[in-house]
Write a protein that binds this ligand. Structure first.
Ligand code: 3PY
Ligand code: MG
Length: 256
């Protein structure tokens, strides 16, 4: 049973590698978790998830002993509290460009006095085996995580203010949007020099503010490199990518 274990590990300074799911399949997410991933992101921004599938996947991940995170669509602050109520223990919010965006995000994710999250975590409490409301209330602000995505030049310019915002626990880099924007829409090179400089700058800003630096990676080699550069919450690939790569490898082997 995961009772705020991701937040505890990251706040203690651990490095955590997470999987990432887009396929709207609770069974696929659970299968990945049962291989031992301590955390799995349910991507509602670009993934195929509807609400019922998210509820099922959050439950399945808890039962598999892995922490469910949800990435909400851009600006969908109402879904932040809903996903936490469903039992997600961390929320990734894309395109957090300003301190105002960061404050709005923190407000819906954290209970008073830090924010104004509305009360109603019955499903989250059930998944954690909690029956006393004040037990959840006392632990939730620290036990759940807000990851603000830094993935535009505007966000880069405001990164220190976003990192300093109370209630924001982590900065999470979207390297593909960042490289698209920094190249003026001409490239998707997440290792271009200016992207690499931005990545290190964001990592430093998070660390300096006492926040967790996080980033999306497309493969394990890159994940290990970025862990050495200071990142502590690192997501790798996606369920769709794993399926495609595995099918391609099988077909290649059959033809050779
Ligand atoms: C990006 O690279 O822009 C992302 O949002 C990663 O999912
Ligand atoms: Mg993005």
């Amino acid at each position: 049973m995961t009772a705020f274990t991701l937040a505890r590990a990251l706040r203690a300074g651990d490095t955590v590698y997470s999987s990432w799911c887009t396929l709207a399949s609770a069974v696929a997410a659970e299968t990945i978790a049962r291989e031992g991933f301590p955390a799995v992101v349910i991507d509602q921004q670009h993934g195929l998830w509807d609400t019922a599938a998210i509820v099922a996947a959050v439950g399945a991940l808890h039962h598999a002993g892995s922490t469910p995170l949800v990435r909400v669509p851009v600006g969908d602050f109402a879904f932040v509290s809903r996903a936490l109520d469903f039992g997600a223990e961390a929320i990734i919010a894309p395109m957090i460009n300003t301190e105002r965006d960061a404050r709005q995000f923190a407000a819906v994710a954290k209970y008073p006095p830090l924010g104004e999250r509305s009360w109603g975590p019955q499903r989250a409490m059930a998944l954690q085996g909690k029956s006393v409301t004040t037990d959840y209330l006392r632990e939730a602000n620290d036990g759940t995580l807000t990851l603000a995505m830094i993935e535009t030049p505007t966000a880069l310019g405001n990164v220190e203010a976003i990192a300093a915002t109370p209630g924001i626990d982590a900065l999470f880099i979207g390297p593909y949007d960042l490289s698209t924007a920094l190249s003026g829409g001409t490239a998707q090179d997440v290792q271009a020099a200016e992207v690499e400089r931005a990545i290190d700058r964001i990592c430093q800003a998070a660390t300096k503010a006492g926040k967790i630096p996080g980033i999306y990676c497309s493969n394990t080699e890159r994940a290990l490199v970025l862990a050495k550069r200071g990142f502590r919450f690192i997501t790798i690939g996606s369920d769709l990518g794993m399926l495609r790569d595995s099918a391609a490898a099988q077909l290649k082997a059959l033809k050779s």
